[in-house]
Design a protein around this ligand. Structure first.
Ligand SMILES: Cc1cc2nc3c(=O)[nH]c(=O)nc-3n(C[C@H](O)[C@H](O)[C@H](O)COP(=O)(O)OP(=O)(O)OC[C@H]3O[C@@H](n4cnc5c(N)ncnc54)[C@H](O)[C@@H]3O)c2cc1C
Length: 556
């Protein structure tokens, strides 16, 4: 498969990985090669002065479906590339539990995600700063978004070019999408061609982390171009199962590789980038976390840090499937051999057609009700439906709208169940546990129904596959939401940055109360951003790299 990818994406190459480390000590050891970890490894090794080791529990990203945008549907639940964490029964969802994906492969979740490129709102970051996190206001973080970016539309105040991460509009001019955008405008949600520009509100085609029909995971964007660097080692299939401390200083990481247990030291720092579930889990099994929880599982307490694993947030979303009156959906393209052949040829010769589509083609951000001053609802439009089986497209023309509340109040937790990292932690989201969360979603769904019933959308709207949000009571709608919703895959905030007693890292992302250890990934968000979380996580890692180098210079 590796060969196939190389030929297919000429010049793409592979990340050069080692089957073992060449040293016992590095300047920086980065744990986890996901959205954040690949950025950190690239930036910290850029000067050539630091020896950097990147350890990843998953394997190489050789499978071709990890690189073709629509491959998302094939890889995002495949055990070969995913942790597939089981979650706890949810009280507000009638006791339902779920299995949630997180990437376990070079590129982490950026290699299996839906590719949607969204940063959130100015107020999200200004809110982080107002919580005491100096240096995290919107004006502070914008330069890091721009630094990371290679924007296909060119540079401006909000966007950068020449950065490692390709960002482009994957798809244009689809009749069903155009009709949705026009219907949204009629319903008061105006067209906005840049959700990551001055305002987020509106409806438009999404931009995505893809270019010329190819996914840009952070492994592709940040690791592959620097595979010749002698001072950067990347080791895959290396799962860190404990951080080692001398007093309260992190001095080593113990990891499993090829059936053996090994240890590695960092002269300067360890940077934990194992994601919103992996990072708090690893901290807890290593003795950093709520002392009572750790003692209950026979983990010696290195430092009592009650916030580790607390404050878990996610966007709870609900899918509404509909029939399309016109045969313009991915379901139609996939329904016949001729259609599949056409798709293949479109992709092969023009890098276009449905294979180049990302999970969602079009999005909308709007306010759920009067009085709300900035969008609290996001809608994705998928050009396919899967109403019968989650793994199979429907055999008729169909599309799906996916809706979530952008700033949920509900918070959950990650807790160890054993002193061993090999045992999954207990993951409790507590979705819909506040009245605001329930009401916001119901009001938002009503507005989505309003868009779908505008005359501009009538040529495509062929009736509901589950329920039609316009034709049921609020009670029935909430019952549907409880019964059918699930994760948006945006777990975050479990090693929350802040200044209060439950904060895990400070504004420079140093783990509070210990030395030689930072966390830099989606887990450090003080509060979930109003949108998808890949771009914000990449920004966090860009900023973290600068802070780490800046602090090293000050110490020298
Ligand atoms: C299926 C799916 C769809 C999504 N869709 C979108 C989208 O369309 N747009 C968007 O913006 N966001 C999306 N997201 C969310 C986004 O991708 C994540 O928020 C982001 O990638 C998180 O980055 P991270 O660096 O925190 O963690 P990850 O990218 O998950 O990286 C963590 C890495 O650490 C590794 N690791 C964990 N534990 C260890 C250990 N002990 N030792 C060594 N390595 C370890 C993991 O294997 C993984 O590679 C999606 C996520 C998923 C899972």
């Amino acid at each position: 498969m590796g060969r196939t990818v190389n030929i297919f994406f000429e010049g793409a190459g592979e990340v050069r990985v080692a089957d073992k480390t060449t040293r016992s000590e590095y300047d920086y050891v980065v744990i986890g090669a996901g959205s954040a970890g690949c950025v950190l490894a690239n930036r910290l090794s850029a000067s050539g002065k630091n020896q950097v080791l990147l350890l990843e529990a998953g394997g190489q990203d050789r499978n071709i479906w990890l690189h073709i945008p629509i491959g998302y549907a094939k890889v995002h639940m495949r055990p070969q590339f995913n942790w597939l964490y089981p979650t706890q029964p949810e009280a507000e969802l009638g006791g339902r539990s779920a299995t949630i994906p997180r990437g376990k492969v070079l590129g982490g979740s950026s290699a299996v995600n839906g590719l949607v490129y969204i940063r959130g709102q100015r107020e999200d970051y200004d809110g982080w700063r107002q919580l005491g996190n100096v240096g995290w206001g919107y004006d502070d973080v914008l330069p890091y978004f721009r630094k990371s970016e290679d924007q296909s539309r060119g540079a401006n105040e909000f966007h950068g070019v020449g950065g490692p991460l390709r960002v482009s509009t994957a798809q244009h001019d689809h009749p069903l999408c155009d009709a949705f955008i026009a219907a949204a405008a009629r319903a008061g949600v105006m067209q906005n061609d840049d959700f990551n520009g001055p305002v987020q509100e509106g409806a438009s085609y999404y931009q995505s982390t893809s270019s010329n029909g190819r996914r840009y995971s952070t492994a592709t964007a940040y690791l592959k171009p620097v595979r010749g660097r002698a001072n950067l080692e990347v080791v895959v299939d290396a799962c860190v199962d404990r951080l080692l401390f001398e007093g309260r200083r992190a001095i080593g990481a113990r990891y499993r590789l090829g059936g053996e247990t090994r240890e590695v030291k960092a002269r300067r720092e360890f940077i934990l980038a194992a994601g919103a579930i992996g990072s708090p889990h690893l901290l807890q099994v290593s003795g950093i976390g709520p002392a009572t929880l750790l003692r209950a599982h026979h983990v010696p307490v290195v430092h009592d840090l009650p916030g580790v694993g607390r404050s878990l947030q996610d966007h709870y979303n609900v899918h509404f499937g509909f029939r399309s009156k016109q045969r313009v959906t991915v379901n139609d393209a996939m329904a016949s051999n001729a259609g599949r052949l056409k798709m293949g040829l479109q992709y092969l010769f023009a890098r276009g057609g449905p294979l180049s589509y990302t999970a969602a083609s079009v999005g909308a951000f709007f306010c759920s009700r009067p009085g709300v001053t900035r969008p609290d609802i996001q809608v994705h439009l998928n050009l396919f439906s899967r109403s019968q089986k989650i793994t199979e497209l429907d055999g008729f023309s169909g599309f799906t709208t996916v809706i979530c509340q952008l700033r949920p109040e509900s918070r959950g937790s990650i807790e160890i169940t054993s002193p061993s990292f090999a045992q999954f932690p207990r993951i409790q989201f507590n979705y819909l546990s506040t009245e605001t969360d329930r009401t916001t979603l119901v009001r938002g769904i009503r507005k989505l129904g309003d868009i779908l019933h505008q005359p501009e959308f009538a040529p495509f709207f062929g009736g509901e596959l589950g329920i039609d949000p316009q034709r049921v009571s609020d009670e029935e709608l909430l019952a549907f939401v409880r019964a059918r919703g699930g994760t948006s895959q945006h777990a975050s905030c479990t090693c929350r940055m802040g200044t209060d007693d439950n904060a895990v890292v400070d504004a420079r992302l140093r783990v509070r109360g210990v030395q030689g250890l930072r966390v830099a990934d989606a887990s450090v968000m003080p509060a979930l951003v109003s949108g998808n979380t890949n771009a914000p996580t990449i920004m966090i890692a860009e900023k973290a790299s600068d802070m780490i180098e800046g602090d090293a210079k000050r110490r020298a």
